[in-house]
Design a protein around this ligand. Structure first.
Ligand SMILES: Cc1cc2nc3c(=O)[nH]c(=O)nc-3n(C[C@H](O)[C@H](O)[C@H](O)COP(=O)(O)OP(=O)(O)OC[C@H]3O[C@@H](n4cnc5c(N)ncnc54)[C@H](O)[C@@H]3O)c2cc1C
Length: 461
């Protein structure tokens, strides 16, 4: 009998687990209540980057003089932008669903919850072809994956109205380009939204609770972003902790702990997320959550109930689509018995991540500040894009590549890139970190000329 594998949630974690388990011979049922591809497709990674790409194109027109062009100001077409965001998300969901179905995955549109250690109850979504609502049914499983993701956190002092006080999911497809957007939260999501709406023409104020945007990042990287924000006209309200929001007609005012008030036309909350674990029936299967509601997992992504796994944002580890997808793959391999050579543990410390601002920011592996905090000896080499031929040709020589290696062995331990295409370029360093390459290996590789990636090999020399 094939292994019966049930998956609740069709985001990156659920989709990758379904594809892998099905390839390995399981009979897979995946239940998704919204769209296949998950929040990543519908609300998070995809629509945000689609809007940022449009803003980036406007940015190119602003630098047109450096490219030998004389252009007038580009104006976003709101309706075309809405259609573009929706269409990309729909096409991605449709192609993912087709691919899973062609692999034999049973896709059910509906909501699921556990009703015991080996069973889930599925309430199918109403469909016109089935004449409305279908009756709930129970699906038994040998192994299950919980991959229900997370949703934006709304602090107790904030009332979201979806009109002028928004969470990220309400910002697209864009109903309007705010005249003056006040963003609360200067982590990755907050700074991406600052960049997105600034490049689309909004006036933007960013409320930064500490003295540095991106408080978890390398100070040099954060400083490069702050300088760019200031140059593009973003106002930074530093050391300001928001404690309330007041709406008055078309104006919204954020009240800060130190008495400061900041008024704009819209407020966007980007203050973290909460796991989607409520109503999942975890207690019926004995699955434990931590204080925050996340499902703690071991290195195989098993919950305290060994045949019930959790992956993606719900597992409370690195909240990235790429990490969720890799967890999903590892879950499927483990559930299908690939415990030995074919199945390696996921090393969260080697996950590359990027921030889609302008310039882009990306990093992987050990960071300089982290190494100093650990008292670890490192070698740091840095090459600015200002000396890179392709960066000059493209008219955007901002930023740098920083490579971190072990001074004794030359092994590449990590790196940060600030600059155009940093999210693509970091993959070169990510491979070096994962494969334990030495700086010498990177320096000896024959890169294309002219290419931005030459800055990586130059940093390795
Ligand atoms: C604004 C924003 C931008 C982001 N950009 C990036 C980025 O550029 N790159 C990146 O790597 N990460 C990015 N992330 C993070 C990324 O979106 C998440 O880490 C990723 O979506 C998590 O994947 P997941 O599989 O855990 O779940 P999700 O993508 O959250 O999907 C979970 C799915 O489960 C479904 N579900 C929930 N409960 C049930 C139920 N009971 N029954 C059936 N279905 C259910 C939901 O409908 C949802 O579709 C971003 C996050 C935000 C907020």
């Amino acid at each position: 009998m094939p292994v019966q594998f049930a998956i609740i949630g069709g985001g990156p974690a659920g989709v990758e687990a379904a594809a892998t388990a099905s390839r390995l011979g399981a009979e897979v049922t995946l239940v998704e209540r919204d769209v296949v591809g998950g929040a990543a497709n519908l609300w998070d990674c995809v629509p945000s980057k689609a809007m940022i790409a449009t803003g980036g194109a406007i940015g190119v027109t602003l630098r047109s003089a450096a490219l030998g062009l004389s252009l007038g100001p580009a104006v976003p077409d709101l309706e075309a932008l809405r259609r573009r965001v929706i269409s990309i998300s729909e096409r991605l969901s449709a192609s993912t669903a087709r691919q899973l179905e062609s692999q034999g995955v049973r896709l059910v549109r509906g909501s699921a919850r556990l009703v015991g250690p080996h069973a889930m109850e599925v309430t199918p979504a109403p469909t016109p072809s089935a004449g409305g609502a279908s009756a709930p049914f129970v699906c038994e499983f040998d192994a299950a994956l919980l991959a229900t993701g997370s949703s934006p956190r709304v602090p107790a002092w904030a009332e979201v109205d979806g009109e002028r006080v928004l969470v990220t999911r309400q910002a697209y497809p864009p109903a309007t380009i705010p005249e003056h957007l006040v963003v609360i939260g200067s982590g990755v999501t907050g700074v991406e939204f600052v960049h997105m709406f600034r490049s689309l023409g909004s006036r933007v104020t960013l409320i930064v609770s500490r003295q540095q945007v991106l408080p978890q990042k390398d100070p040099e990287v954060a400083a490069a972003l702050e300088a760019d924000f200031l140059e593009s006209g973003v106002t930074l309200a530093k050391g300001a902790r928001a404690i309330g929001i007041e709406r008055s007609g078309e104006k919204v005012t954020v009240v800060c702990e130190d008495g400061r008030t900041i008024t704009g036309s819209h407020v966007l909350l980007a203050v973290g997320s909460v796991p989607c674990s409520a109503g999942l029936g975890l207690e019926s299967a004995g699955v434990e959550t931590n204080e925050g509601g996340y499902v703690p997992v071991n290195h195989h992504c098993q919950s305290n109930v060994p045949h019930i796994y959790a992956a993606g944002d719900l597992s409370g580890r690195l909240q990235l689509a790429s990490v969720g997808a890799m967890q999903g793959r590892k879950v499927a391999e483990h559930a299908m018995g690939l415990h030995t050579r074919e199945h390696r543990h996921l090393d969260y410390d080697k996950a590359a991540s990027a921030i889609f601002t302008e310039p882009e920011i990306a990093d992987v592996g050990l960071a300089e500040a982290e190494a100093f905090a650990l008292g670890r000896k490192i070698r740091v080499t840095k090459v600015p894009f200002a000396v890179n031929a392709k960066a000059m040709i493209d008219g955007d020589p901002r930023g740098f590549v920083k490579l971190i290696s072990d001074p004794a062995t030359g092994t590449v331990l990590g790196g940060s890139i600030v600059g155009s295409r940093a999210a693509e370029l970091i993959s070169v360093i990510a491979i070096a970190v994962t494969a334990r390459l030495r700086v010498h290996d990177l320096a000896e590789a024959l890169f294309v000329h002219p290419a931005l990636a030459e800055a990586v090999s130059a940093a390795a020399e």
